[in-house]
Design a protein around this ligand. Structure first.
Ligand code: SF4
Ligand code: SF4
Length: 87
């Protein structure tokens, strides 16, 4: 049975860069405060269209976008210089 597109395995690090990029008010530190109820646009698999590209192409492009976002919107640091990441 084919898995729904929104169930794609995406190895999100929880860096929060995509959330910082859009200035989302639901972000606290590097964490989404409404994670279980976040909108579809925040769920990587929901934007996948198998008529446009393969799953591998989509995941590769998504990971590339994450790297670029993290470079432009790096994780916040604590006063002690510890990078905060979502678990
Ligand atoms: S930028 Fe990518 S790795 Fe970072 S939180 Fe967003 S989806 Fe996850
Ligand atoms: S709702 Fe959550 S996952 Fe979506 S952009 Fe805001 S903080 Fe990020």
């Amino acid at each position: 049975m084919t898995r729904p597109a929104w169930q794609l395995d995406f190895d999100c690090s929880g860096c929060g860069a995509c959330c910082r990029a859009v200035g989302c008010s639901f972000l606290s530190g590097n964490r989404c405060t409404i994670y279980s109820r976040r909108p579809d646009v925040c769920r990587v698999g929901y934007s996948f269209d198998p008529q446009v590209m393969t799953v591998k192409e989509y995941l590769d492009l998504s990971r590339q976008a994450c790297k670029e976002l993290e470079a432009r919107f790096p994780p916040k640091e604590t006063p002690h210089g510890v990078r905060l990441l979502q678990s």
